[in-house]
Design a protein around this ligand. Sequence first.
Ligand SMILES: NC(=O)c1ccc[n+]([C@@H]2O[C@H](COP(=O)([O-])OP(=O)(O)OC[C@H]3O[C@@H](n4cnc5c(N)ncnc54)[C@H](O)[C@@H]3O)[C@@H](O)[C@H]2O)c1
Length: 253
Amino acid sequence: MNNSAPNFSLQGRKALITGSSQGIGKALASALAHSGAEVVLNGRDTAKLDAAVAELKAAGLAVTGCPFDVTSESEVTAAANTIGPIDVLVNNAGIQRRSPLIDMSLADWETVLSTNLTSAFLVSRAFAPAMIESRAGKIINICSLMSELARPTTGNYAAAKGGLQMLTRAMCGEWAQHNIQINGIGPGYIATELTAPLMADEKFDGWIKGRTPAGRWGKVSDLTGAAVYMASPASDFLNGQILMLDGGLTAVI
Ligand SMILES: NC(=O)c1ccc[n+]([C@@H]2O[C@H](COP(=O)([O-])OP(=O)(O)OC[C@H]3O[C@@H](n4cnc5c(N)ncnc54)[C@H](O)[C@@H]3O)[C@@H](O)[C@H]2O)c1
């Protein structure tokens, strides 16, 4: 029997987190770096990315930035060449374009599908070969409670996040044999810029607090422990799973 404490350390590991100059991505970058990882932050807006990198560096963390658009195949390929092999990839970049399906433009459909789903395919495909070669890697896909449940005006988003849940399982089917663990986190309603319009809506805010068994919005810090676990040796036999971190919302009608 092994009596040692579980190993949650990320010492010596290099991680890339897409869309990490704000919100959930930035919080995950900080948490992984605090756990010992060298973290590459990503975003499209260089000034915003530089500010996030500077903020985390000032806290003594080992972070750098690599600007690229996760929906661009050529930019993703170039970034993989610049960054080199990584141990942990967090596919976090995501957007919302809310509209009833009947009024939804094809552009809003395609932008959300490409940013929230196709990007995870593109970025994982670019970084997985080095993980396969070294026979080690962790991929964490930031899914959503909308991988499981839909709501009016989020048809594009729910379709993308449902797809991302299945892509997580598909990657597991192909890459688990190479000692890569691919899992997902499904945040519930978390207070970030993405959900700021919802929080500002008094009726919606009240509905969320009533509908969520925990009775509150989630905080970005509610997600960090699971990300560290999924990035660390402690999760070496966890594969193809989506952990719903939603205050119980998907557990209770
Ligand atoms: N906030 C929530 O309640 C919630 C709930 C479930 C899932 N999520 C998911 O968590 C992830 C992070 O969301 P957030 O709330 O922090 O949102 P956010 O808007 O604060 O941050 C998303 C980040 O992704 C970046 N991004 C968008 N498109 C990009 C692109 N093409 N290339 C590179 N970067 C890009 C944005 O610039 C931004 O920095 C998203 O995938 C989102 O769908 C959020």
